[in-house]
Design a binder for this molecule. Structure first.
Ligand SMILES: [Zn+2]
Length: 500
């Protein structure tokens, strides 16, 4: 028994030393990550996207899983029949990917319109950056550890194949620069997809972004139009699959990608009236927009606002309204580049623009994932919603070594609201003031503390985020998780070495 105690003490000393590893922070700019790992020079096909998703999951079993959330109608251009139901492959990126971890924000990123080619390419870029950045970038490392990110790059896979499957050479004989927008539903029921060499469907296909049950009846009921809302709400298997996924996985925030117009779109989509949480939406949409560029120009940004304000029309029956209106979760849409102009084909930009357009929006997408941990209050308390404001940084000791597993606390000095987290192995932490109980203003004084080190700040930065590094000479209080872990380890060792 005496030997056991000595061993336990030795373990505590070793564990205490290991808890504070040395080494430089390895945060890189997110743009650097992308240059390192994936610079798309073409639009990927349905087959290439599926292959890549499975390859990524195979290469990153610690943080990635691939699964299908449903199937398309199954249009097959080769046979002219519906004999190719395409799985709606979805990737989950998170630590402990087989577990839906409580307390982790769940964000869903998807896409609807077949001809809007930049969006699936962007999602593949995003996926690559998350799995590779996990090992090289502290922000992404933190996001993957503390969020659950779900991405369905081709939720309208039938339509994508109809529109040329990512190959610009397939456009000329099909629909020209206008392109195919809807899914491939056989509306007239003759067993094939009757489409002519013109702008869009002649009485076939349903618009997946008008088929959701939120003011659905106000949508377009002409089957020949590109924005036909379908015979009934949720009539389309692709849309039902997404709906069921969002509900079953308790998604906290949804972003559906579109193109083009270079705009961040917020509810309401169906009407020109403000949503109850308008101030909250507008605040973070502004901060998202500030993180965008236009054609690589950092001084120009996407617009933001409701669809009627920014792109000139409302859109009833949309996914983001349904997520927000029905579930009271965050729902937005993004129109990627180019800006609203027809001097080039806005739906199928030249492949030479892919990399620029993707990188112009990338930082805004990362910010959206960060703020997805914000919890919307009930509608009748919507005006009391705190802004989404990200505070992040490093905790270090006097020698500049990262402090792992220490508590970082942010407290509103006026009403005592506080949020708490713990640093990761790089001493990195991130907190979202959008998860506070009560509203604050840009004159509110907050106190941030690590151990006995404290400092104050006010959230008045235009960028909606702020880096605060903290150096402390005091021994910080250990987070509850670490002593529990050490206690468990000690018990295990006592048991092991006490056996006869
Ligand atoms: Zn669209």
């Amino acid at each position: 028994m005496k030997g056991s105690i000595i061993l336990v003490l030795a373990f505590v000393i070793v564990a205490g030393t290991m808890a504070i590893p040395t080494g430089a922070n390895y945060r890189k700019s997110t743009q650097q990550i992308l240059r390192d790992y994936y610079v798309p020079d073409h639009y990927p096909s349905f087959q290439e996207i599926n292959h890549t998703l499975h390859q990524i999951a195979e290469e990153h079993p610690d943080i990635a899983r691939v699964f299908s959330i449903g199937h398309t109608w199954g249009w097959n251009p080769s046979t002219g029949r519906y004999d190719w139901p395409k799985p709606l492959w979805t990737i989950k990126i998170s630590d402990n990917p087989d577990v839906n971890e409580s307390g982790e924000a769940r964000v869903y990123i998807h896409w609807h319109h077949a001809r809007e080619w930049i969006d699936p390419a962007f999602m593949m870029y995003l996926i690559n950056s998350l799995v590779n950045g996990y090992y090289t970038n502290d922000t992404i490392h933190w996001i993957v550890n503390h969020y659950e990110i779900y991405i369905t790059p081709l939720s309208n896979a039938d339509g994508y194949v109809v529109d040329g499957n990512g190959n610009p050479n397939n456009l000329s004989g099909g629909f020209g620069p206008g392109g195919w927008r809807k899914n491939a539903r056989d509306l007239n029921g003759n067993g094939t997809l009757d489409i002519e060499n013109k702008w869009d469907a002649t009485g076939e296909g349903v618009d997946p972004e008008r088929n959701w049950d939120w003011h659905w009846s106000e949508g377009n009921d002409n089957p020949s139009d590109p924005d036909y809302h379908g015979p009934a709400p949720f009539s389309e298997p692709e849309v039902r699959a997404e709906r069921d996924f969002i509900v079953n996985y308790s998604i906290d925030a949804q972003c559906v990608l579109h193109s083009f117009s270079a705009a961040i779109l917020i509810p309401w989509f169906y009407t020109s009236q403000n949503a109850p949480h308008d101030a909250f939406y507008r605040d973070f949409a502004k901060h998202m927009a500030l993180r965008t560029k236009l054609d690589g120009n950092a001084s120009q940004h996407f617009e933001y606002g409701r669809p009627d304000e920014v792109i000139g029309y409302s859109a009833p029956g949309g996914s983001s309204d349904w997520v927000y209106g029905t579930l009271n979760k965050i729902g937005i849409a993004v129109e990627m580049e180019p800006t609203y102009t027809w001097y080039v084909d806005g739906f199928h930009p030249s492949t030479s623009k892919i990399s620029t357009y993707i990188q112009d929006f990338y930082e805004a997408m990362i910010y959206f994932i960060e703020i997805s941990s914000s919890k919307l209050k009930p509608v009748d308390e919507a005006s009391n919603q705190p802004n989404a404001y990200i505070v992040w940084g490093y905790a270090k000791d006097d020698s500049g070594n990262p402090l792992q597993g220490v508590t970082v606390k942010i407290r509103n000095t006026e009403n005592g609201d506080e949020i708490i987290t713990t640093t990761d192995e790089h001493g990195f932490y991130m907190l979202n003031l959008g998860t506070l109980q009560n509203k604050y203003t840009n004159t509110t004084t907050f106190e941030i503390s690590v151990g006995s080190a404290t400092q104050t700040f006010t959230p008045d930065s235009e960028m909606g985020s702020e880096r605060i590094d903290i150096t402390t000479s005091s021994v910080p209080e250990l987070s509850p998780a670490l002593p529990m872990f050490m206690l468990a380890a000690m018990v295990a060792i006592v048991v092991k070495f006490s056996r006869p």
